[in-house]
Design a protein around this ligand. Structure first.
Ligand code: PHE
Length: 496
């Protein structure tokens, strides 16, 4: 077969070229020798390090011979780069050599650069300012220094543009200028490795052939895929921006908030969407005739209609006792057993306190809750709460305010206000407001407090103090991302 007979193994390697490598091979095919690979790369716009790697990979073995030679080269220092191509002193020296010495004229021509230029020449005692008409004149003391500036500038430009092929050439022509430029810290000498290449006939006559960009079934079936020049994948190529999956704003907020609490040393807790009224209300010292329990506020389930009460009978007994002792009347298991969609995540906290039985700890959750609300721009029947509880000793309202201030600050809300409120299960209770600069308002962001003895004692944490909160996640997301309608945050519309 034609291809098989013609292409040897190493030639096949040469055919597995990336776009840049292929361009370089095509460039080499037009030369017989290359004195300096560096210069070639600089001229043709190749990255010398990339081409170096290509050479050293061996892919060009048999096609190109090369010799490494190190070269001492002058290059600009950072200070030299900053000059932008013109030595300070040069412009003034030029004008003085042309016989222009009037200070006012020179200053007008050179502008702010005048003093820099003058300073440079003055340092070599080449000039002085003397009185004359008007603002005086710049007197030349040493014209040899001014003359030297011409050559210094030429040499400086040559180093800068790398337009002088070898160092030797520069050194021969301008030893004193080089020395001066180096003393000034504008240039330095560096050893650079370079290669000279001999392009062998094998490369000059090599036909790179057309590139095959699509692998067809014919190529595979005939076996030709082994020989043809298949275009390799270029993983650096620009490709169209594909819309890929990414977290919604709400999920991003949850992740941010989760990180904040984890960094504050909190553990994450979880609970159940479907709960008994016991965990949602009774364990939270909420009377069985409390208005929040009514169907206007809470979703009751038809199936299951009830859920079992906790197995810990003493918990149920103590809850019953504390309710009947404080609120009077009959506390019934029937009411406590009703199955609901949880109306807050304080259910998770209550369960956790019961598990802890007096151990210290810090817990948070970011979870969904349900309320039978009238749906409007800022209210939906389901939303998320950021729940938190700290169990310890001697915790106070100050502790609570400290935690909340720290947390909201991490999100960028710098000013908080707290307002007394009422919850059946906390005393004192504090509503939390955060200042929102764009609207110049304090916006309600949550509710918090210290759990009452009447709640802690039946749960087995009677000798503990606690601080706790339940904050609105959607409120935070709306403020952070400037969203006006709560319904924009959720649902199938993902334009946000
Ligand atoms: N459960 C309260 C609410 O839903 C928030 C809260 C949690 C208040 C914990 C105090 C302590 O608004």
């Amino acid at each position: 077969m034609f291809f098989g007979a013609f292409w040897g193994l190493s030639m096949r390697d040469l055919l597995q070229l990336s776009g840049k490598q292929r361009q370089f091979v095509e460039l080499l095919q037009r030369q017989s020798t290359v004195d300096s690979l560096r210069s070639l790369c600089a001229q043709a716009g190749f990255d010398i390090n990339f081409i170096n790697g290509f050479l050293l990979s061996g892919a060009l073995n048999g096609y190109v011979q090369w010799h490494e030679h190190n070269q001492q080269r002058w290059v600009l220092t950072a200070k030299g780069e900053e000059l932008d191509g013109v030595l300070p002193g040069f412009d003034l020296a030029e004008r003085l050599l042309q016989g222009n010495s009037d200070r006012a004229t020179l200053q007008a021509e050179l502008g702010t650069a005048f003093s820099l230029n003058y300073g440079a020449l003055r340092r070599e005692q080449a000039v002085d300012l003397v009185d004359g008409d008007g603002e005086g004149v710049v007197k030349v003391l040493k014209s040899s220094v001014l003359g030297a500036y011409q050559q210094r500038q030429v040499v400086f430009a040559a180093v800068r543009e790398r337009s002088i092929a070898t160092d030797q050439e520069l050194a021969d022509r301008a030893a004193s200028s080089l020395e001066w430029l180096q003393q000034q810290g504008y240039i330095t000498s560096r050893v650079e490795s370079d290669y000279s290449l001999t392009v062998l006939p094998a490369l000059q006559t090599l036909e790179l052939g057309d590139r095959v960009t699509a692998l067809s079934s014919e190529l595979i079936l005939s076996g030709q895929w082994r020989q043809v020049d298949l275009k390799p994948y270029d993983i650096h190529a620009e490709v169209p921006d594909v819309a890929y999956g990414r977290p919604t704003i709400l999920t991003q907020c949850i992740q941010r908030i989760r990180d904040i609490f984890l960094n504050m040393g909190f553990d994450e807790m979880s609970g159940y969407l479907v709960e008994s009224a016991f965990w949602n209300f009774d364990a939270l010292f909420t009377p069985q005739d409390h208005p929040a329990r009514e169907v206007q506020d809470t979703f009751y389930l038809a199936n299951p209609q009830t859920l079992p009460l906790p197995e810990d009978q003493s918990l149920v007994d103590r809850v019953k006792q504390v309710h009947e002792a404080n609120y009077g009347g009959q506390w019934t298991e029937t009411e406590a057993s009703r199955a609901i969609l949880r109306a807050h995540t304080t259910t998770s906290t209550a369960r956790r306190l019961h598990q802890l039985q007096g151990q210290d700890g810090k817990y948070f959750s970011i979870d969904r809750v349900f309320r039978n609300e009238t749906v409007d721009r800022t209210h939906l029947a389901e939303f998320h709460q950021i729940e938190g509880v700290v169990v310890g000793e001697l915790l106070s309202v100050r502790t609570l305010m400290g935690y909340l201030t720290y947390f909201y600050e991490r999100l960028g809300f710098k000013n908080l206000k707290f307002k007394p409120t009422y919850n059946p299960y906390t005393e004192p209770s504090l509503e939390v407001f955060a200042y929102h600069p764009p609207s110049d308002r304090y916006i309600e962001v949550g509710n918090s407090g210290l759990f009452r003895q009447e709640m802690l004692e039946p749960l087995g944490c009677g000798d503990k103090s606690t601080v706790a909160w339940g904050l609105g996640l959607e409120r935070i997301a709306m403020l952070l991302y400037d969203v006006e309608k709560l319904s924009d945050l959720i649902g199938p519309d993902i334009r946000l």
